[in-house]
Design a binder for this molecule. Structure first.
Ligand SMILES: [Zn+2]
Length: 421
């Protein structure tokens, strides 16, 4: 699909809506109550304005009330091919033909330059959750020899990767760092004794620092990927490494302004809302897991025309300040380049008689800065350049900032005083 969608992207979406309404008691009730007759929905605009969203909490609550699968279920149990569970727990049955995201993962693997015959070492969990098995199947179908490493047992994993001369790593960047430490403790040189050439990095943020450190340690080129437990793989990097290309062949993904619900153009920040296309054991329509992405404008030098996205964070902590959507993770990227700084809060208010909001960054210091004024100036300049808004900066001891303001959840980072009387 393309974003914003073209008219021919809409037809599979309407088919999915018709199918979910016909087979899933949950969607039949939801759409009937909203007065939506799926066959009469003619355009994407119509779909967006009239079809209600499904939040993760709706799925969890409905499965609690009607265990184990809830009223979302669209096929009898005899047709299930597999049964996955994601944290919650949320039970996710799948039809054999759904193939759990394997086709798009194969494309993501090809985009990394992985060749048939390479040895791929998978270190995501194979237990209960879908991640490890899904990647295993995709690498197998891509023609690789696959090591089912799973999690933990780092020493054994190093031995196996070394014995098999694994050239492809797939898993979290932190576990790769762990394998590097383990290899060194075993008296090995990670770059010489392990042969990792490319890495499929997922399930965790791949920070520029981790990418650089792991690149130096192993001589590995890491490719960032993201997905979501219920809707599967979403996007992955190409060899240009500027944002992740949206795979979305069996998903219709919307990117909407978290405050207005309007479609976001490339260049903006949008909340993802996804509808699964094609028959599903447990179909999800306008499913909103609560994740926000920045959409990159322009086309990628690699020639792949698909939209590129950058994960920002959970949508609940985003605030619009002076007309710009701001996520604490963007501010954290800036503050983390100053070793004197730790947790922070962003206080937004609208001073009486003033035309604009005012934003104050209360930056917690872990060590007293040698020149506080210079630090404040430099911080304000970097914020303006990276987050695109002007903030006043206050330095306070880190102990004055609540622990819950820390990442990656940033639950108490944003303090909005604009609507108080
Ligand atoms: Zn590209």
């Amino acid at each position: 699909m393309t974003w914003p969608p073209r008219s021919d992207d809409f037809l599979p979406l309407r088919d999915a809506l018709v199918w979910a309404h016909k087979h899933s008691p949950y969607y039949q009730r939801l759409l009937d109550a909203a007065g939506v007759h799926p066959a009469d929905v003619k355009t994407y605009e119509d779909f967006r304005r009239r079809v209600p969203r499904t939040a993760k909490a709706d799925l969890v609550a409905n499965q609690r009330e009607h265990p184990p699968f809830g009223e979302f279920l669209a096929v009898p149990r005899e047709r299930f091919g597999s049964l996955h569970t994601s944290p919650g727990p949320i039970f996710i049955p799948r039809l054999p033909e759904e193939r759990g995201g394997t086709p798009v993962l194969k494309e993501a693997i090809a985009a990394m330059g992985v060749l048939p015959g390479e040895v791929a070492h998978i270190t995501l969990s194979y237990h209960i959750m879908p991640g490890g098995l899904r990647l295993h199947r995709a690498f197998e179908e891509a023609g690789c020899l696959v090591i089912n490493g799973g999690t933990g047992a780092s020493q054994l994993q190093v031995e196996v990767a070394r014995a098999w001369r694994a050239t492809v790593y797939a898993g979290t960047p932190s576990f790769l760092a762990n394998l590097g430490d383990t290899a060194k403790q075993m008296g090995l040189d990670p770059r010489r004794d392990l042969k990792y050439r490319v890495g499929f990095s997922t399930a965790e943020a791949l920070t520029p620092q981790l990418r650089r450190e792991l690149g130096e340690l192993f001589g590995i080129e890491l490719f960032d990927h993201c997905g979501e437990a219920q809707i599967g793989p979403l996007a992955g990097e190409c060899r240009v490494h500027e944002g992740m290309h949206l795979h979305a062949r069996d998903l219709f993904c919307e990117f909407l302004d978290p405050e207005t619900g309007e479609p976001v153009e490339p260049g903006g920040i949008g909340e993802i809302v996804a509808t699964q296309l094609g028959p599903r054991a447990l179909p999800l329509v306008r499913y909103a897991p609560g994740d926000a992405f920045r959409l990159l404008p322009g086309s990628c030098p690699c020639g792949d025309e698909s939209l590129r996205i950058v994960f920002i964070g959970q949508v609940g902590v985003i605030k619009k300040i002076k007309g710009v959507l701001v996520h604490p993770a963007q501010v954290h990227k800036v503050t983390s380049s100053f070793p004197e700084l730790g947790r922070f809060q962003i206080v937004v208010d609208h001073p009486a008689g003033q035309r604009y909001d005012r934003a104050v960054l209360r930056a917690g210091t872990v060590t007293p800065p040698p020149d506080a004024e210079a630090l404040k100036r430099s911080l304000a300049e970097k914020l303006k350049a990276n987050v695109l808004i002007q903030m006043d900066v206050e330095l306070v001891a880190e102990a004055e900032i609540p622990e819950a303001a820390g990442g990656p959840r940033f639950a108490e980072t944003m303090v909005d005083r604009r609507h108080r009387s």
